[in-house]
Design a protein around this ligand. Sequence first.
Ligand SMILES: NC(=O)c1ccc[n+]([C@@H]2O[C@H](COP(=O)([O-])OP(=O)(O)OC[C@H]3O[C@@H](n4cnc5c(N)ncnc54)[C@H](OP(=O)(O)O)[C@@H]3O)[C@@H](O)[C@H]2O)c1
Length: 253
Amino acid sequence: MTRRLEGTVALVTGASSGIGHATALELAREGASVALVGRREDRLTDLAGEISTAGGNALVVPADITDAQAAAEAVERTVEGLGRLDTLVNNAGLMLLGPAPSADLNDWRRMIDINLMGLMYSTHAAIPHLVKAAADQPRQVADIVNIGSLAGRGAFAMSAVYCATKFGVGAFSEALRQELARQHVRVSVVEPGSVDTELRTHNTAVVQQQLATAIGEIDRLQSQDIADTVGYIVTRPRHVNVAELLVRPTEQI
Ligand SMILES: NC(=O)c1ccc[n+]([C@@H]2O[C@H](COP(=O)([O-])OP(=O)(O)OC[C@H]3O[C@@H](n4cnc5c(N)ncnc54)[C@H](OP(=O)(O)O)[C@@H]3O)[C@@H](O)[C@H]2O)c1
């Protein structure tokens, strides 16, 4: 099988679990060297070992990207360690749900800090390297893939701020797509429905139960389904920018 990302470098935020973990593996399978960003270094190290055993190349970059300087340093360490940057996957995120009137403002701040600011800090630091990669071999194109959500396409009660952050990801992505199009840096947003990951476990038991009831006993997406979607987007020919993809579990209403 052709490894379509051979010679390229990708950075995946939130690679320590769920969608980010699966996406890092997927991009490595396609031949990319992958920088693994997240706070849980032990998990990133395990993943780097897995990639290396499979014949790939990974760099562990522990960072809390809600800090602008840490996000910029993560990008710089990637370029220093792996030589370039062709693909940025902004995946790290947090979903804390519940009624708005009784919400802890700190929970709102934490979601904005990672879902929006972390994504923006990483993007800002990466753009010069992506523009350079797009002007260069092997593909003459570079990618920013932002993981939004179904909650960025429609708003739901009990999810006001999570939805606000994910609508923001959609707006940021589209504006940036227009700005970078002529430099062949493609910007895409992937909007998953319910995926079976740790994301919902950060909520209280009551909220987790409410979520389970609202979604029902359905066959959820797996992280690999979204990794496949990211893999599809970044392996399109240079003239194709898949700007937006909404991926639902078949049974999710
Ligand atoms: N699961 C779903 O149903 C679903 C649906 C739609 C969209 N999404 C989106 O998909 C993305 C990935 O979520 P997931 O479902 O895979 O959940 P997850 O397993 O909880 O993964 C979240 C990732 O974000 C990282 N992260 C959180 N805060 C961070 C910080 N300050 N700095 C660096 N990394 C940070 C976490 O790593 P550390 O804790 O190690 O830092 C973790 O690897 C999120 O943006 C989420 O909103 C998920």
